[in-house]
Design a protein around this ligand. Structure first.
Ligand SMILES: [Zn+2]
Length: 110
């Protein structure tokens, strides 16, 4: 059985089986990570996983979960952030669009 040695920031060295580890490989490689629940302190420990770590863990039997970041999430955004009021105004505006659409669409007479 494969044993993977890593460390918990609180408890120190930890030995895990591949099934006890979670490996998330992101399309943006800087965001890839592995995590596990420490058997001593029960905390979830999460650490970055570069290509070498991903290779080591997968060769050790850890199943990789693929995570694709939508391109829109990586776009640069400028301007002020939207507020809850903006979202509420948008939702209220959608109601007005429905009313306008109802006026435009001809009624089907039965
Ligand atoms: Zn721990």
């Amino acid at each position: 059985m494969t044993t993977i040695k890593t460390s918990c920031p609180v408890c120190g060295d930890v030995e895990l089986t591949p099934e006890q580890m979670r490996l998330v490989v992101c399309s943006k490689s800087d965001w890839s990570y592995y995590s596990f629940n420490c058997g001593t302190c029960r905390d979830e420990v999460r650490k970055p996983a570069d290509e070498e770590v991903v290779s080591l863990l997968t060769s050790g039997g850890v199943r990789a979960e693929r995570w694709v970041i939508p391109a829109e999430a990586l776009e640069d955004h400028t301007g002020i952030a939207i507020t809850y009021d903006d979202v509420l105004d948008f939702a209220l505006g959608l109601d007005r669009v429905d009313l306008l659409a109802a006026m435009i669409i001809p009624r089907v007479e039965a």
